[in-house]
Design a binder for this molecule. Sequence first.
Ligand code: 16G
Length: 169
Amino acid sequence: SEPMFPQSQLTPHIPETFPKDFTIRALSRDDINNVKASGYLDLLSQLTSVGAPDSDVLNARYSSMADTKPLSYYVVVIVNSANKIVGSATLVLEWKFIHEAGSRGRVEDVVVDKDHRQHGFGGLLIKTLVSLARSLGVYKLSLECKDELIPFYGKFGFVKDVNFLVQRF
Ligand code: 16G
């Protein structure tokens, strides 16, 4: 199944309250090879534009993320009992010379399927990634979000900081 990282790395960070009929685990190459069944791109399309990358492109992207050294992409998914992905969030590490040649963490692409909201899956994903990021030793962890989600992320320790500037291409 080739998970992006070993489950043993995730287990210590999974909240006790995680519901039994769902599983939180690393994204695997199988999810990408069976993208119709896994629902991964359909899920991401509930966040933003996905386009139509073919399976070669998806596999190459998976490899480019999974082959980083040290591992810099922790794509975490929540699956139901049929192994369909109903939620996902990614922790990205950005390696630095500053902060003792440390790393900064970013929480990216947080999305929960519209039919699986209000069950606390978003919070479970964030709690898991914050704990994982802390254990990996990032010196700070950040994310970008819409104004209305600031109170949600605030529950997990995030506070509004510097301005975020962007240029779109
Ligand atoms: C949100 C996401 C970001 C994602 C972006 C996509 C979180 C915390 N933030 O900002 O990770 O990449 O939306 O929107 O999930 P875009 O296509 O407009 O960049």
